[in-house]
Each structure stands twice: as C-alpha cells, then as structure tokens.
Design a protein around this ligand. Structure first.
Ligand SMILES: Cc1cc2nc3c(=O)[nH]c(=O)nc-3n(C[C@H](O)[C@H](O)[C@H](O)COP(=O)(O)OP(=O)(O)OC[C@H]3O[C@@H](n4cnc5c(N)ncnc54)[C@H](O)[C@@H]3O)c2cc1C
Length: 393
C-alpha cells in the first residue's frame, strides 16, 4: 500500500475494544508510521459489546459487503496463529449456521443463498427431509427451507481475539490510555483533538470513532446525527441432556438462536419492539424472555430441550444502526478526518478484522484498497438511504 502519511501524523481512536484495536493494529500493518493512541475508558471491557457478545461468524448476509468482510475474518480465524503467534487460541469452531425459513420464505431464501454463493460463501440449501437426515432431533415439519454454511461460519472466543489484537497492537507501538473522551475540538473541516476526562486534550490528525453502542452519543456532541443507539440483548446459558454431534448455530424462523458453548448451549431472542427501548446503562438480563418466549420456542423446535437447566444469563448492548442495521465505515463529509467504525448492530466482532483494515487503508492510502466498503459509508446516513440488511438477528 503506498502511504500518504508521515511519521509526525497522529491518530486517535476513541474506543479500544474489537473495532478500535483492529483499527490500530491494521494501521501499523499498513505501514502507518505516526503515533497511534487508543483511548479506552474501561480497560476491563466489562460492559463492552465485544466481551458480552455471542462471538459467532456467518457469511449468510443480505448485503454483499458483509459477506466479503466475513470471508476475510474466517480466513484470518483459520490462520490465527500465523497472524498473532503460536500461543494464540481463539477456539474457532467452523460448524456452520443453520438458518430456517418458513414455507412463504422459500423463494427469498433461495435467492439469498444464490447471491451469497456468487460472493464466495459456501451455502447449501436444504429441504425439510434433507434437514431431518442431517440434524436428527430438530423438528422440521413446519419448516419450508434451511440454509447451511458448509464453511466460514461458526464461533470463537471474542475475548481471546481482543486480547490477541491488543497485545499485537501494543507490540507495534500503539499506546492505550485508560480514560474517557468527553468531547472533541474542531477547526474548519477537521477534528483537531479530543478532550479527556480529567481535563487533558489529545491532538490528532485523524480521529476514529469506535465507541460501540455509545458512538451515537459521542457524535451528537459534535452535532452529528449518527443513528447508533444501545439496545439490550440477553444471552441465556443453559444445559440440556440433548446431544447432537455437529450441532450448528441455529437461527429459527421464530427469531430464537441457539448454539453449543462448552458443555451446554447459549441462546437468545430479540425482545419485542415495545420492550426494545434504548438501553441507557441497563445491563440487567431480560429474564422474563426465557420463560415466556425463548424456552417454549426452543422446546417446539427441539423437543428434547424441554428439559433444560439455566446456568446464567447476561445482557450486552447491540450498537444498533436504526437506519438499516448495517455498520458505518468511512469519513464524515464535513469533518473530513473523522472516521466512523461503528454501528454493526450485532455483527461487529466478526467484521472487525475487515473494518480495521478498511480504516487503515482510508488513513494510509486515502481510499479502500481491498474490500470496497463505500456502501457502508456516511453518504447513505446523510441522505437517509438505507442499505437494508435483510438477515438480522
Ligand atoms: C448479546 C450480544 C451478542 C452478540 N453476538 C455477536 C456475534 O455473535 N457475532 C458478532 O460478530 N457480533 C456480535 N455482537 C455484536 C458485537 O459484540 C459488536 O458489534 C462489537 O463488539 C462492536 O465492537 P466495538 O469495538 O465497536 O464496541 P464495544 O465492544 O462496545 O467497544 C466500544 C468501547 O468503547 C469504549 N468507549 C465508549 N465510550 C467511550 C468514551 N467516551 N471514551 C473512551 N472509550 C469509550 C467502551 O468502554 C468500549 O470498550 C453481539 C453483541 C451482543 C451485545
């Protein structure tokens, strides 16, 4: 990549979880020679979406850019030791997503699978009898279609991935500082610095906004209407006697998802819209969803899971882009050195490696060089033109 940056340039990244850390590390890998400071308000990451996520990866998206980003990450996860060192293990298990559709969704799902395959995803369409043979114990009598990722889909350990990329970034002279960004300084069409809690100011030539579910609020302090808000999502961890070799990440047409985790399973469901208010610091799991919604739907799909023992539940925040459930990657049109890397609405861990590389390309070369993420850029937010992601969980 030909660099247009100099060693005196300064990048400040707001938010040091998976997006911010992949941005920082990728900048160094792309040859950025200036200073890189990641400002992270909580180095325990206890409330970050990254640490609380279900850490799964799929190629079954309705948006080609998302498919390309997942393929890039899957390749990296397969070769994680070569990327971050022999001691790194992110527990990547490529066991596929099985996405079930109703009878009235057959045509649309077949078309989605065709599009996904045309972009390099290895997705197989299965009818109910094929599903029954492949996944005994799961009910398919009311299912019209299943699509299954034969490759590049599964799950991993997000905390190990975050630890690996942070360590690698630090080794490449990225500085992490533990404090909160409280505001921004601007001059003309540029962000010139960020204000830090405690009163200091950090000057910058490029500012990357990677503050997860809080990105919308930070942008608002600049007068920018970035439609990214925190929405609470609960994960239930449970055990059941049901065992199926090669159980996939199952997305049911009812809205529930479930996958193996250790000796048991994790799963969840999005709350109904009326309950899905902006979360505002609330991390209390939606316990009522378990008894009243999740469990009955799960037992319907997998009757042997009627018998389950809940171990624990936790809640994290999706950084939901209310315009279209897609990430926002790229520079603002008026503050031209402000780069967004946020808004991934529940699929940001899997897309962070590609987003980090894209952000690095923008800063070092002035344009995307590998995956063209222009469709995810600020222009659609400005013009309120959604890039609708049809497969959202
Ligand atoms: C329950 C759940 C399940 C999920 N499942 C998946 C999944 O299976 N696969 C997937 O790919 N994604 C999943 N996601 C989404 C994924 O977790 C997020 O998209 C991703 O973690 C976003 O990363 P981030 O770095 O942008 O945000 P975060 O991880 O939230 O990090 C943002 C960081 O910014 C810091 N910060 C915020 N404000 C400031 C400030 N003012 N100053 C300094 N620092 C600040 C925060 O402390 C935080 O550490 C899930 C999310 C949840 C909640």
């Amino acid at each position: 990549m030909s660099s247009t940056t100099t060693s005196s340039e300064r990048v400040v990244i707001v938010g040091g979880a998976i997006m911010g850390s992949f941005g920082a590390w990728s900048l160094r890998k792309a040859g950025f020679a200036g200073s890189i400071t990641v400002v992270e308000k909580d180095s325990t990451y206890q409330f970050s979406s990254t640490a609380l996520s279900a850490a799964s990866i799929r190629t079954q998206f309705g948006t080609p850019t998302n498919i390309q980003m997942s393929l890039f990450a899957a390749e990296m996860f397969r070769n994680i030791k070569a990327v971050f060192g022999d001691d790194v293990d992110i527990g990547y298990q490529e066991k596929g997503y099985l996405i079930l559709g109703r009878h009235d969704q057959i045509a649309e799902r077949m078309e989605a699978a065709r599009m996904q395959r045309s972009h390099g995803a290895d997705v197989r369409v299965l009818d109910p009898s094929e599903l029954g043979e492949r996944f005994p114990g799961i009910r398919f009598d009311d299912v019209g279609i299943g699509t299954f990722g034969l490759q590049h889909e599964g799950w991993f350990d997000a905390w190990s991935l975050l630890s690996a990329v942070r360590r690698a970034a630090r080794q490449l002279d990225v500085r992490y500082t533990e404090t909160a960004v409280t505001g921004f300084r601007t001059q003309g069409d540029r962000v010139t610095g960020v204000d830090l809690a405690g009163g200091d100011m950090l000057e910058c030539d490029h500012c990357v906004l990677a503050a997860g579910a809080l990105s919308g609020r930070l942008a608002a302090s600049l007068g920018i209407a970035l439609p990214v808000v925190p929405k609470k999502r609960t994960v239930f961890s449970f055990k059941t006697p049901f065992r199926l070799k090669n159980f996939p990440m199952l997305f049911d047409a009812s809205g529930i998802w479930v996958r193996p985790e250790g000796e048991g399973y994790i799963g969840g469901i999005q709350p109904p819209d009326a309950m899905d208010i902006d979360a505002d610091g609330d991390f209390e799991p939606h316990h009522d969803l378990m008894e009243e919604v999740f469990w009955p739907l799960l037992a319907h799909r997998i009757p042997a899971m009627e018998e389950l023992r809940l171990n624990r539940a936790w809640a994290g925040h999706y950084e939901v882009n209310t315009l279209d459930h897609n990430g926002v990657v790229g520079a603002h049109d008026e503050l031209r050195n402000l780069i967004f890397a946020t808004g991934f609405s529940g699929h940001g861990v899997m897309h962070a490696p590609a987003v980090g590389r894209g952000v690095a390309e923008l800063i070092v070369a002035g344009a995307f060089q590998s995956i063209d993420m222009t469709p995810l850029g600020w222009a659609r937010i400005r013009s309120s033109t959604p890039l609708v992601e049809s497969i959202v969980y």
